[in-house]
Design a protein around this ligand. Structure first.
Ligand code: 5GP
Length: 189
């Protein structure tokens, strides 16, 4: 998606070799008009695919997932990084290793919000090693629901997550795929 690539080139900041900071428009300050265009693009890519729900993970996925949900006309569910105590049996749970924080979190979704009838589009801001998408896929499948596909804003294609998830047979549509990056510049696939 040209608009997103241009924005990354304009405002993205590369930190070290593997972190892309896009907090001026994607995951701290949020450009909602850009999110709206991203939502439209996922809708175009998944045209004809049955989608009954959008699932993302807190916190950075929520904004883009909401704008995508407007296009699909379905609710958004976000997986919570579980801190509070939950009654066992009430939630679906998966473990996700956080790329940015370097720790492992239990992520949970209430059983009330995913069911075997659901066909779920998973949305997230970044795809790096694939742990977040993998955890979200596990939550969907624990509910007996179908994964319609994954929609990612920025895939760092030089990291292994995209290949790993696609090799398992899931469809992944990334709006910008970074092939390499350094403090000198960013290139797209
Ligand atoms: P993965 O689970 O695929 O290794 O990493 C994806 C998750 O880590 C995303 O939910 C995102 O929040 C975070 N992440 C991974 N790489 C980056 C990055 O380069 N920049 C930012 N801001 N977040 C990232």
């Amino acid at each position: 998606m040209k608009l997103l690539e241009e924005r990354i080139l304009k405002d993205g900041i590369v930190i070290g070799t593997d972190i892309l900071k896009v907090d001026s428009f994607l995951n701290h300050q949020m450009d909602v008009a850009l999110f709206e265009e991203m939502g439209k693009e996922w809708k175009r890519l998944y045209e004809g695919e049955k989608v009954t729900k959008i699932l993302t993970i807190e916190a950075s996925g929520i904004g883009i997932a909401c704008l995508a949900a407007r296009e699909f006309g379905v609710p958004v569910v976000f997986a919570k990084k579980s801190r509070s105590r939950n009654i066992p049996g009430d939630v679906y749970k998966a473990k996700v290793f956080s790329f940015t924080h370097g720790n492992e979190n239990d992520v949970i979704v209430s059983k009330r919000f995913l069911s075997p009838e659901d066909s779920v589009l998973i949305i997230d801001d970044f795809l790096a090693n694939g742990a977040a998408l993998q955890g979200l896929i596990e939550l969907v499948e624990s509910a007996g629901a179908k994964v319609a596909g994954c929609g990612v804003a920025i895939e760092k294609a030089f990291q292994p997550g995209g290949d790993m998830i696609r090799e398992k047979g899931y469809r992944v549509e990334s709006l910008a795929r970074v092939s390499s990056m350094s403090e000198e510049g960013i290139t797209f696939c």
